[in-house]
Design a protein around this ligand. Sequence first.
Ligand code: ATR
Length: 275
Amino acid sequence: MHKHVLGVIGYPMTHTLSPYLHGFMIEKLGLPASYFAFSVQPERLGDALAGAKALGLTGLNVTVPHKQAVMAHLDEIDARAKAIGAVNTIRFEKGAAFGTNTDAGGFLESLTFNDVSLAGREVLILGAGGAAHAIVYAAQQAGAAAISIFNRTAERAEKLAAHFGVRAVAEADTERLANGAVVINTTSVGMSPKLDACPLPENPFRSDLIYVDLVYNPLKTRFLALAQHAGATTVDGLGMLIFQGAQALSHWMAREIDVQKWYPELRTLLISKMK
Ligand code: ATR
């Protein structure tokens, strides 16, 4: 039996890449740990957390649809997760559950790895769901000059904007953005199998903007394909997945994990596991 039992809870858990990602890092580092995917129905979330504590798990990742609901079942939540309003990583210690969030950190690490900095830049965020919360937080942490949020359902954008003290916009108008502005898709638009969908109108892709997608299946969404066609810099969603996972493992194991050196190998592995 391994010393550390780790895993991810979500529902439904049909094609999560997390066990491959963590399994890879655990093997490379020779950690005494195992990582499992647990499908937990929303009404069993409290039972699952109590069970995890009782069984002595070391940590859990939390994914859709539990990131917000799980907060009611934790003993402590750090300032970052509270500010984001969601927990994606839980650490168990002495029978207590501690919540944090590595989505914002993973996102910023992925941008840095791709030589993109948000400092001093204008940022337009598409979407106002759970993922958008972590991205607005990250953009603020990174020192973005101005942040605006566009969402199909305007009230959600307004609520999110008010929560972080930024601006909600009624249109995803990229023409008014300054040179070097960053447009970030946090919606599920473009995700497999709806490959033709794009979260922006098709005309205004600009070569001087940076386009970032959180979607990683497919890697080249229509959004990123149009941006590349216009000659713009793009960043796909796989980096955020990798770095948020590495930060979670690092948190559980209380050690630094340099995942960058395995980045190409990990990408190839995860791409091979995508359906
Ligand atoms: P997540 O936690 O992954 O962000 P979510 O909370 O369900 O998931 O949010 C999904 C986001 O994608 C929302 O911003 C949603 O817009 P609405 O608030 O209007 O629902 C956006 N989204 C999903 N499908 C969309 C579509 N077909 N067109 C535009 N936006 C869409």
